[in-house]
Design a protein around this ligand. Structure first.
Ligand code: KG4
Ligand code: ZN
Length: 352
């Protein structure tokens, strides 16, 4: 069975064809995965502009879907279902994908599967590695999310904790902006940090001990918070300016990047392994845009080796937003017998 996946939750228009193999070790194979990135459009504004994003999705969606079908040598009549990101994300952007998927599914008489974007990120790990040992603890870390999930059974995602304020990727983007490094911030900070001293600037690590009033069902002590860290970098830079210091030179910028990155990676890894220990996880994963980070990847692997627990990461093309992961999560749901009625709607703040 082949499924068409569609993803338009943020600033990537993507369509993919994924095929079910019938083999438990590698359940799904990617036949195509076309991604039209809008990063050049939003770069000029220093971040994603929702209105520009939805308009660009409208321009790109038909061509992206046709290319995904063409690359996979697949006709509409070869498909068994259409899967689409229902949320969370930018509502205007989500609506483009949802409307397109509903129209296409109705026209081709195909069932439709509504997929949670973060379930897609989690399933990106299975897409490349086959089924991972369960229970697993998976950190989804991107520009919009920093959330820890417990996967006890295939397709079951239990939220353990999340960020109280900024997502980790958002902190990268904001710090890059205040250092004048452009958008998106993650890749450039990652690159510059390699030449910096990661102990040069003292920055705080946050450990939350109190429960979150907005999420009483979560214990709260595994939650994340990155806005204080971003503010600490801002204060450091402003303080220097106030003292009349010359503009930051390349080495000082590299030192700030390295120090910032050390703290972010430390906090993410610390909470992740803490959660794994508490829930007796048999494997650990990281997915989402920030999982492309070189230090995070290296530390995950090192800690996994040291604590003798298997760790999983997506390849770089599957770490950022893509439709192959949506197709995979869609196949999982479809096989569990869950499809959506044609009147389902996009949901900006969809819970998982
Ligand atoms: O998953 P994604 O493509 O989109 C969202 O759903 O947000 O993630 C994008 C985020 C951006 O904040 C970007 O700065 C960050 O991922 N990112 C990185 C790296 N590459 C991308 N952060 C740290 N290190 C990287 N190498
Ligand atoms: Zn994402």
């Amino acid at each position: 069975m082949r499924i068409l996946g569609i993803e338009t939750s943020c600033d990537e228009t993507s369509a993919a064809v994924v095929e079910e193999t019938g083999d438990a070790a590698t359940p799904w194979v990617i036949r195509s995965n076309v991604i039209a990135s809008q990063v050049q459009i939003h770069r000029e504004w220093g971040g994603v502009v929702p209105e520009l994003a939805s308009r660009q999705h409208i321009r790109d969606i038909c061509d992206v879907v046709e290319r995904a079908l063409g690359d996979a040598h697949t006709r509409w009549s070869d498909l068994g279902a259409v899967a689409v990101t229902q949320g969370p994300g930018l509502i205007g952007s989500l609506l483009v994908g949802v409307a397109f998927a509903k129209a296409a599914a109705a026209a081709a008489s195909l069932p439709i599967v509504a997929v949670h974007h973060l379930a897609g990120h989690i399933e990106s790990l299975v897409l490349e590695n086959g089924e991972i040992p369960l229970p697993a603890v998976v950190l989804v870390v991107s520009g919009g999310h920093t959330s820890l999930y417990l996967v006890a059974n295939p397709g079951q995602y239990r939220l353990l904790s999340r960020t109280r304020d900024d997502a980790a990727g958002e902190a990268y983007d904001k710090v890059a902006k205040l250092l004048g490094l452009g958008y998106p911030g993650g890749p450039v900070i990652d690159r510059l940090a390699k030449n910096g001293n990661d102990r040069a600037v003292h920055l705080p690590t946050t450990r939350l001990t109190h429960a979150d009033r907005n999420a009483p069902h979560l214990k709260g002590d595994l939650d994340f918070s990155f806005s204080g860290l971003k503010t600490a970098v801002l204060r450091f830079v402003r303080h220097r300016e106030a003292e009349g210091a010359p503009p930051l030179n390349d080495q000082e910028i590299a030192d700030i990047c390295a120090s910032f990155q050390r703290v972010v990676v430390h906090v993410l890894i610390d909470r992740l392994f803490d959660a794994a220990r508490r829930h007796q996880a048999r494997s650990i994963g990281i997915a989402g845009g920030v999982s492309a980070n070189s230090r995070l990847r290296a530390e995950l692997e090192e800690q996994g080796r040291r604590r003798e627990i298997p760790t999983f990461l997506p390849s770089l093309p599957l770490s950022t937003d893509n439709a192959a992961m949506i197709a995979a999560a869609g196949l999982r749901k479809f096989r569990a017998g869950i499809t959506a009625a044609i009147d389902f709607n996009a949901a900006a703040a969809l819970a998982l």
